[in-house]
Design a protein around this ligand. Structure first.
Ligand code: ADP
Ligand code: MG
Length: 701
């Protein structure tokens, strides 16, 4: 059957009139035959098993029994009536109950005839009772070809209220299979089917909807998941390949004086193995004619900045300019201050451009950028303004921290004849499986090692009732010359309340830590930027010992002398946020601490988050837990959640299949980049169909 058939509007299917078509579209997004074919069951009820009444347990899922109805009666109750049947088998007696449709049932039920019933039982008045059972005469049951594993389809209240029950969906699918005579075109190559022992498409589709047995069902699921992931990976990898052949970038063939001098004479510490490896990967990319498009992942404090700087030096060595964009002013300033010191030693010109750069200074920067005398520009989104024109921008680095502002990448591209090479840095470790799916078209480097001598941050969970003890601990640390962060949640919906919490907290801190012995800074989102900077600056300089803040400090500040992070109402923070916040300490040589304060009321998820934080410092491990708790869509933010709307596969549960499918896609394209070999004809055809009918995920970039 050709693909055209599958694109037939759903109203043309037997059993679907205009009303049903309307509902199917609105409620389940089913517009075509194919959409229905791809409505995969959420789960299956095992109807291979028959229970005896004696075997029933008080708490049990749906069960299937064979027996006879020996008696039928109507029972009056407060509101309405119920119809009660006495159902028996050789082992005992139970009740079947109906609250609706009495007439219909009375007319049809045959007393003393064997029936197969199916449903959920409860214990009512000491007897097992099944409400609104599915039933079928034993004769019909034995004749029916319907499979023993009964699929349960996704549904909505509106659908079931309008009579489109699970059974109806099943019937529609039966009609669809009859009309198509189950001749769906194969979409994978023979090689793939053989190598991975996959069921043919026909059999897979048939068994996903009408499984003959457990084993065939499992194989059908495997085949369809594999296929779904395979085509997504195929698309991503192809995109990456096309990118590499089509999008030319500036080539930096040499590593010159800047890089070498810095490496030999000014490197402030020895690079970690991971840093060296990543720099090598970047150097390799920069030596190619295609544009670099690389994601650099590294936990907070793993030392991404130096990698960024050394990459910039390669650009400069080849006569190009470089820029580094950060998400906030504070972070831009910090990057600027750090790199300024390093640039001074190498005689490199560097400037900072943010929203608050003065007009005269701004003009000078614009000029020097255009005439090429300015080599490195650091800043916020101000770098993206049209007025900012580089003479020859060769490398753009984006420090995204944990934001996934992938959209901004493309904007940096239009500044020159060719797009600059792009390096995106992120501090939120993304589980590899997810990275494969979401960033599959980027090359990824990972710094998976912290600089030596870093002590693990000690993390503890304390209840609010122990606050005085915590304060005493803070005083001890401050007495040793350390500094302390105290962070309050600020969550949009309850902003006013949160703000009050923050101010109350601040007041109690000031009371507990009185001047002049103690100095307390406060920073929150409602302050003027100048005031924020002033307070921040005092803390950075060590003039204040305590920084009370909302999550604004989450992004990037570096105060090595700060050794304690207290997180108030920690149960309200997400895992990645907690991990980011904790990363603000542990940057110096001293033992650092993170104290998670909560009330006694904790949800199960909150408890898991706290336990995870206490038990590990490893960002990748934390991101795995986060992924399990929140699901991929939530983890990546709404922006990318659509991306992960898979029809049958599950990024988390099927990560193993994902790996295999990706490897298969890589293999296939390696051998046949344009999919033009005869053996890949089916793959190419299916791929074109997916793209044409937009059934494949559309990756933003
Ligand atoms: P992040 O990856 O979070 O941006 P940074 O680049 O800010 O991390 O580095 C964190 C701290 O670690 C900085 O103070 C930096 O100077 C230091 N650092 C980075 N690499 C090393 C290293 N190889 N050895 C020792 N210290 C390092
Ligand atoms: Mg950083």
């Amino acid at each position: 059957m050709n693909a055209h058939f599958l694109q037939t509007p759903i109203e043309y299917l037997k059993g679907v009139g205009p009303n049903r078509a309307d509902l199917l579209k609105k409620e389940l997004g089913i517009y075509t035959f194919q959409d229905l074919m791809h409505l995969f069951p959420n789960r299956y009820l095992d109807r291979t098993k028959y229970y005896k009444i004696k075997q029933l347990q008080p708490t049990q899922a749906e069960v299937q029994l064979v027996g006879k109805i020996i008696h039928l009666k109507t029972v009056e109750q407060k509101r309405g009536k119920r119809l009660v049947a006495t159902f028996v088998d050789a082992t005992g007696k139970m009740e079947l109950v109906w609250f609706r449709g009495h007439k219909w049932i009375r007319e049809r039920i045959k007393i003393n005839e064997p029936y197969v019933i199916f449903g959920k039982t409860i214990v009512f008045n000491g007897t097992f009772s099944m409400a609104h059972p599915e039933m079928e005469s034993l004769k019909d049951h034995e004749k029916s070809l319907r499979s023993a594993m009964q699929p349960i389809y996704p549904s909505t209240e509106k659908l079931s209220n309008s009579g489109i029950t699970n059974k109806v969906i099943g019937t529609l699918l039966e009609n669809l299979f009859l009309e198509s005579r189950n001749t769906f075109a194969e979409t994978l190559s023979k090689t793939l089917l053989e190598n991975f022992k996959l069921l043919p498409k026909n059999e897979a589709l048939l068994n996903i909807h009408f499984p003959k047995n457990q084993e065939l069902l499992a194989r059908a699921q495997y085949r369809l998941k594999f296929e779904e992931l395979f085509f997504i990976q195929l698309q991503l990898i192809r995109k990456n390949l096309i990118h590499k052949t089509k999008i030319k970038g500036y080539v930096f063939p040499k590593v010159g004086t800047y890089f070498n001098t810095f490496f030999k004479e000014h490197l402030p510490f020895q690079l970690t193995k991971a840093q060296k490896r990543v720099i090598k990967e970047i150097r390799h990319d920069l030596g190619q004619t295609s544009q670099m498009n690389r994601l650099l992942q590294g936990d907070v404090g793993s030392g991404k900045t130096i990698v960024a700087f050394m990459s910039m030096l390669i650009a400069l060595d080849n006569g190009f300019q470089a820029c580094l964009m950060a998400p906030t002013e504070i972070l831009s300033v910090q990057h600027y201050n750090n790199l300024f010191e390093l640039c001074k030693k190498l005689n490199i010109s560097i400037s900072l451009l943010t929203g608050s750069t003065k007009t005269s200074n701004r003009k000078e920067i614009h000029e020097n950028l255009e005439n090429g005398s300015l080599q490195i520009l650091i800043g916020t989104h101000a770098l993206l303004e049209d007025k900012v024109k580089f003479k020859n921008l060769g490398l753009a680095i984006v420090d995204e921290q944990h934001r996934f502002g992938v959209a901004q990448r493309s904007k940096l591209w239009h500044k020159n004849e060719w797009p600059p090479n792009v390096l995106i840095m992120t501090a939120t470790p993304i589980p590899r499986t997810l990275a494969m799916s979401v960033y599959g078209d980027l090359d990824v480097s990972v710094i998976d090692e912290l600089p030596p001598g870093r002590k693990d941050i000690k993390t503890v969970h304390r209840f609010d009732a122990n606050r005085l003890k915590v304060f005493r601990f803070l005083k001890d640390e401050i007495a040793k010359g350390r500094q302390v962060y105290i962070v309050y949640p600020l969550i949009q919906e309850s902003e006013a309340l949160d703000y009050k919490d923050l101010m109350d907290g601040y007041e109690s801190i000031v009371r507990e830590f009185p001047m002049p012995k103690y100095q307390v800074s406060i920073v929150h989102g409602q302050m003027k930027p100048a005031d924020k900077d002033y307070e921040m600056d005092r803390f950075v300089k060590g003039e204040t010992q305590i920084m009370v803040a909302t999550t604004v400090i989450e992004v990037g500040v570096n105060v090595p002398n700060a050794s304690v992070m207290v997180i108030e109402s920690a149960e309200r923070f997400g895992l990645s946020q907690l991990h980011q916040l904790r990363g603000r300490v542990g940057r110096g040589a001293e033992q650092s601490y993170c104290i998670l304060m909560t009330s006694h009321k904790l949800s199960d998820d909150a408890r898991t988050r706290l336990e995870t934080m206490v038990s590990t410092n490893d960002g990748f491990e934390i991101s795995e837990v986060d992924l399990k708790l929140r699901g991929p869509g939530d983890l990546m933010g709404t922006q990318q959640s659509g991306v992960l709307n898979l029809q049958i596969a599950d990024i988390i549960k099927d990560s193993q299949i994902l790996k295999i499918a990706r490897a298969a896609a890589v293999q296939t394209l390696k051998k046949d980049p344009s999919l033009s070999l005869p053996e890949n004809k089916l793959i190419k055809l299916a791929f074109q169909q997916l793209v044409k009918y937009k059934n494949i995920w559309n990756y933003i970039s």
